[in-house]
Design a protein around this ligand. Sequence first.
Ligand code: PMP
Length: 292
Amino acid sequence: MVVYMNGQYVKSEEAKISVWDHGFLYGDGVFEGIRAYGGKLFKLRDHLVRLYKSAKSLKITIPVTLEEMEKAVVETCRKNDLRDAYVRLVVSRGVGDLGIDPRKCKAAGPTVVIIADKIALYPRETYEVGLKVVTASTRKNISAAFNAQIKSLNYLNNILAKIEAIEAGAAEALMVNREGFVTECTTENIFIFTRGTLITPPVYVGILEGITRNTIIERAQRRGIAVREEPFTPHDIYVADECFVTGTGAEVIPVVLLDGRTIGDGVPGKVTMALLEDYRALTASEGTPLYE
Ligand code: PMP
C-alpha cells in the first residue's frame, strides 16, 4: 500500500507521524471517510467540501486546494490499484512544540494524509437481520461546547457511547442531547419511518450533517415519501414503524431493537430496504471515475 503524506507517496511501512504532531498530542485536526465503488469515488466533492469546512472552523488552513486534494485522492486510489475502497483523509494542525497553542504549528504547517485501503464491509447478515441499539447515558456534546458538524480528530464523546454499546452487547449506541432529543449514533445518522413519513433529526440538535443522510433524504423525496427534519425522542423510535442508520461505511442499516423495545415487526422495514436498494443503485452508477 502507498500512502499520501504532504505531497509524497510513501510505502505504508514508512508512513509515520511525528510524536510532536498536534493531531496525535491533542486530537487537533479533521478527517473524512470516503468510499469508492467499482472504480468511482462516491460524493467525493461533498466529502471534500465538508473537510474544508471542518478545517475552516478550527482555523486550519489546508495547504492544498480542494481541486488538488481531489486529484490526490484519485491518485492515491490509482497507485494502490483500487476499485472498491475506503479512503481516509486526515488533516492535522501539524508538528509543533508541546502546548495546545495552534501557533506552535505555524512553521511546519498542517499534516495531510490520504490512506486508501480495501473496504471492510459490514457482514451481509447485518442488513438482513438488523441492528440492536442501546441509548447511551453519555450525552452528546452541546453545540456551544463543540459543534458536531466539525468532523474532528476528537471522537471521545462518540467513543464513550460506543463503549457503552459494547458493554451492553449492542452493535451501536444512540446518543441523545442534553434535552433528551435523539441526535445520531456513534458514527451514523438515524432515521425513523412512522405513519408514512420519514423523520430525521435536524442539524441543530447536534449532529454531523451526513452525506449519506442527505442522499437518503433526496432519494426518499424522489420516491414521493414525505420527509421531515425534526427533533424526536427515543420513545418515538420505540413506537416507529421502521428505523435505520446511515453512513458512508454503513450505507443504510435497519435498526430492529432499541433499549429492548422491538421496532415495528422486529425485522428490516420495507421502506428501509427500498432506500438501501436506491442507495446501492446510486453508488453503482455515479461518482468520480478513478480510471479512464
Ligand atoms: N455521524 C457521525 C458522528 C459520523 O462520524 C459519521 C461518518 N461516519 C456520520 C454521522 C455519517 O456521515 P456520512 O454519511 O457523511 O458518512
